[in-house]
Design a protein around this ligand. Structure first.
Ligand SMILES: [Zn+2]
Length: 233
């Protein structure tokens, strides 16, 4: 390419490149073909491709995106190659799914494990660090299912596709408030039900003895009043 001849005021080149104007029509036809074929491939890949994705499905999605781009817009690429690549990816994903079904080790390696984030009202901070989720993100998830203090939670798991499974405590205990700090009205309301017990401000560990100064779960030494919400409040 002769850089001397590339001028900034050359709008035709900037907008549609060096290809002839008719190529726009070709791009449209190429796109229709590739898009239709892509729909077929994604349909065969399965319903899950349109919902929450696992890591392997995400990889396939990105690969699909990369494959369809050149045959849609490059005049020197035929669309058949793109279609063939899509078929290969379909084959890979199908084969890999089969492999993970047959071999539990490969499944764990590729998809990761289910991670326990809350156990008996206490945050599992090292697990949260491992899956890269902050306290506020986790609290937001719990608040969407109307849980406002950790004592109501028996378990929270993060599934391999990123979803959260929440198991409520059948017999809720007092716990750490997970209301947003700024909402003083709501916090006041919650404090009305406060008992005498203390919880670790960092992980929600319920203080079992008065003598406990450092949290036995996370090693922190900040305590606050435990909240014991009524079930129907
Ligand atoms: Zn703690």
């Amino acid at each position: 390419m002769d850089l001397q001849s590339e001028k900034l005021s050359d709008w035709k080149r900037i907008l549609i490149g060096n290809a002839p104007t008719e190529f726009l029509i070709e791009v449209l036809i190429r796109s229709i073909f590739i898009y239709a074929f892509l729909l077929v491939i994604v349909r065969i890949l399965g319903k899950r491709m349109s919902g929450q994705l696992t890591i392997t499905e995400m990889a396939v999605m990105l690969t699909l995106g990369a494959i369809i781009s050149p045959p849609m817009q490059s005049p020197d690429r035929g669309i058949l190659i793109g279609m063939m690549l899509l078929l290969f990816v379909l084959g890979f994903q199908r084969g890999f799914s089969l492999l993970t079904l047959k071999n539990r080790k490969i499944e764990q390696l590729a998809l990761g494990n289910v991670t326990m984030l809350v156990k008996e009202g206490e945050l599992q901070l090292s697990a949260m660090l491992y899956v890269n989720i902050s306290r506020e993100q986790l609290f937001a998830v719990l608040r969407t299912v109307e849980i406002y203090q950790l004592g109501k939670v028996k378990r929270v798991y993060q599934e391999t596709n990123g979803d959260f499974s929440i198991y409520r405590q059948p017999d809720p205990k007092p716990g750490l408030s997970i209301l947003p700090d700024g909402d003083s009205n709501l916090l006041q309301l919650q404090k009305a039900y406060a008992g005498e017990q203390q919880v670790c401000s960092r992980c929600g560990h319920l203080q079992s003895s008065i003598a406990e100064i450092v949290c036995s779960n996370c090693g922190d030494d900040h305590w606050e009043k435990a909240i014991s919400e009524q079930e129907n409040n």
